[in-house]
Design a protein around this ligand. Sequence first.
Ligand SMILES: *Cc1c(COP(=O)(O)O)cnc(C)c1O
Length: 362
Amino acid sequence: MSQVFNFSAGPAVLPKEVLQQAASEMLDWHGSGMSVMEMSHRGPEFISIYKQAEADLRELLQVPANYKILFMQGGGLGQNAIIPMNLAGRKPQSATIDFVHTGTWSGKSIKEAHRYANVNVAASSEAQRFTMVPPQESWKLSKDAAYLHICTNETIDGVEYNFVPEVQGDTPLVADMSSHILSRVVDVSRYGMIFAGAQKNIGPAGLTLVIVREDLLGHALSICPSAFHWNTVAEHESMFNTPPTYAIYIAGLVFAWLKRNGGVAAMEQRNIEKSRLLYQTLDIDDFYQNRVAKECRSRMNVPFFLRDQTLNEKFLAGAKARGLLQLKGHKSVGGMRASIYNAMPIEGVQALVDYLNEFAGR
Ligand SMILES: *Cc1c(COP(=O)(O)O)cnc(C)c1O
């Protein structure tokens, strides 16, 4: 098959080197005679894979020692229920959860949280059709919230935070980083809890990453299932039940790839360059349009529209013929979307830019 570039929002492109290594180790991992998929999660082989993945992630994100890293299942949407079940108990008398509504994913988190606590939407950009992050001065935070939940990169709307919000008192900041974790330097100590579905910027679907400060572990509601109780998961080093072993193995290969390529800071520089190249091309004239406020444009997910929407099918067919895949926008938004995660090489963005110019007749 000839060279293709995959712009899917998720499950998404993985580094070619990682896939090649996984292929070469598929039938016999390091002389064990077993595939990683066939190993006991409690055996020495898999434990070594797990420990290395955890250590590498801790190093890449400089996760402080008082934070646990959990390898869970249930996806980002699973955490929408798991988080309130674990944290609403911080405020036993009528807990309130603060949210900032910046797009589809924070909207889904808000909807789910209603089942477990009072919800205060402290700020929303719905009136702006989710094209910006409301400035922090406008947020109406509760005095005594169980936590504040934000989505730092709205995958569908293409909106990314360029600041870390201030919280009230000791309110923990909870962040859905599913679609931009490891794409930019993050000060983990500013957050109480960070979560991410793996299938955007880490590895295969099925693995959900949780990074949580230790003092937040003991507040779960009694209805919280044991397998989703952070404290239980942490006490068993993510092996209370069988973790998604193969997905952890691939994530570990991705972490090692990131380290070989200069780590998160180097990735961030590349992502700045890649996204700048793409937005510059979209901004040349109004043949293409990205409606997000410039300072909130996502470096990972770039939604755009053709001025003449009747050309959409022709645009997508031409892209596919050039090996530029999965550019169709999310069904709720329409138009196009190019996801340019860590594993998307600059050559892929350049090929897309060349096609955008050609299609616009430039
Ligand atoms: C994809 C995504 C999710 C949903 O993840 P699932 O694994 O499908 O539950 C949640 N939040 C964000 C920001 C996402 O991009």
